[in-house]
Every structure is written in structure tokens, then in C-alpha cells.
Ligand binder design. Structure first.
Ligand code: SF4
Length: 225
């Protein structure tokens, strides 16, 4: 199948189609987006993103809610022990390491930034355990700063649809910046994370539910439903 370079009208169409499909499946907001809306605080976005790594969305959301009921700022977090945090965030993946990281991050924020979260990618990346995905999502949802946050779903769907041809999420982030109109940078993550969980799943995507079935080149898809 031939594939033309996507333009703005193309992305308009994709965003509307994917949103409509998710609405029809009653798909809820990703956990970190929910935290961003309900807490409206970069610290909670940052911590919730750390909790979300290698963890299912519903587990992340419940762990975030439990943790933020006890502590939703660095000073309050530092009053909790690692064991207390572990108990609150269990069963997120690597919960022991995450509890330690949460304390380390909170300590740096308290010591160096007066309890506030910095708003540059360089400063965020210097925090313990914070990688590019976490940094970008914090800028996105915590501060409303344009950044393309690329996780495994964004990376996979962008490649399947032929928007980009990349090997790693880091590479995808750079190439997507050249392909995607800026106004889509922030909503892209939320849309494609949900779409990747419900429709364009990693193993055997549900193409029969997808409005792009027939036009999508499905690059790298071996088996679909
Ligand atoms: S057609 Fe299939 S592979 Fe392409 S975006 Fe839709 S679900 Fe994913």
C-alpha cells in the first residue's frame, strides 16, 4: 500500500476518528491524565508518571489516589517512610524501587527547588529515576508545555501507520517533532496510549474496530483481529 506524508488535515481526521472510536468503547482517560486534571499539580503528575512505569493504568490510578491522600507534595512525602510508601503504591511494578525513587526525588525538590517541580527537560532529567518519557509527560500535563511524550504505544502506532520509521521511542520523539503539527504534541500521548490499550494493541491489534482499517499500512503487524 502506498503511503503519502501525512499533513495537517490527515492528523485532524485521525484524531477525530480515534477519539470517536474510544468514546464508542467508553474508554476512560489514562491514569496520569486523570491525575493531571483532578490534582492540577506538576508534582502529582511527576510522581504518578513514575508510578505508571511498567504498570497497568487502573493499578497506577488506584496507587496514585492512595498515595496522594497521604502526601501530595515533597514535604509531606518526606514524612513518610519507604515502607509506608511501598504499602500505599503496592502492587505497581517495582514498587520498592519506586518508593525509594519517590523519596529521592522529593528530597531533591525540597533541597534544590523549594518544593517545586522544575519546568525544563534538563532539570527534570537530572532528577533520580526520571527518564525522557517522565520528563516530557510532566512538562505536557503538569505545565502545559509542548513536548511529545513517546511511550511504547505512541512509538508502535506511529510506526505501524507509517508516520515515522524508527527503532526506539527516543528516536520517535525526534522524528515525530518534524512530522506532527505542534498543536497535536500534547494530546498525542493521551490519545495513542488509550488507543494502544483498547484498539491498536501491541499483540494482535483490533483492526476491525479501527476506522483506518483499509488505509493504514499496518507496518510490522503480523496478526490482527
Ligand atoms: S488499522 Fe490496525 S494497525 Fe492500523 S492503526 Fe488501526 S488498529 Fe492499528
Amino acid at each position: 500500500m502506498t503511503h503519502t506524508k501525512p499533513d495537517e488535515a490527515y492528523f485532524d481526521r485521525i484524531f477525530i476518528e480515534f477519539r470517536d472510536t474510544l468514546n464508542s468503547l467508553n474508554k476512560e482517560l489514562p491514569a496520569v491524565s486523570y491525575v493531571a486534571i483532578t490534582k492540577n499539580d506538576p508534582y502529582c503528575v511527576l510522581i504518578s508518571t513514575l508510578l505508571s512505569l511498567r504498570t497497568k493504568d487502573d493499578v497506577t490510578l488506584k496507587a496514585s489516589v492512595r498515595l496522594f491522600e497521604k502526601a501530595d507534595n515533597p514535604q509531606a512525602m518526606l514524612k513518610l517512610s519507604a515502607k509506608e510508601i511501598e504499602d500505599l503504591i503496592f502492587p505497581t511494578g517495582f514498587y520498592r524501587t519506586k518508593a525509594q525513587r519517590i523519596l529521592e526525588v522529593s528530597q531533591v525538590l525540597a533541597d534544590k527547588y523549594g518544593g517545586k517541580v522544575p519546568d525544563t527537560v534538563e532539570e527534570l532529567l537530572a532528577l533520580p529515576g526520571v527518564g525522557i518519557k517522565t520528563a516530557n509527560l510532566t512538562l505536557n500535563l503538569g505545565f502545559g508545555i509542548d513536548a511529545i511524550c513517546v511511550d511504547c504505544h505512541v512509538h508502535q502506532i506511529s510506526n505501524r501507520m507509517g508516520w515515522i520509521k524508527t527503532k526506539t521511542p527516543e528516536e520517535s520523539e525526534k522524528v515525530l517533532q518534524t512530522v506532527m503539527p505542534k498543536r497535536y504534541w500534547i494530546p498525542l500521548n493521551e490519545l495513542l496510549v488509550s488507543y494502544g490499550q483498547e484498539v491498536c494493541t501491541s499483540v494482535s491489534p483490533r483492526c476491525s474496530l479501527c476506522p483506518e482499517n483499509g488505509q493504514c499500512p499496518k507496518i510490522g503487524v503480523v496478526k490482527s483481529r
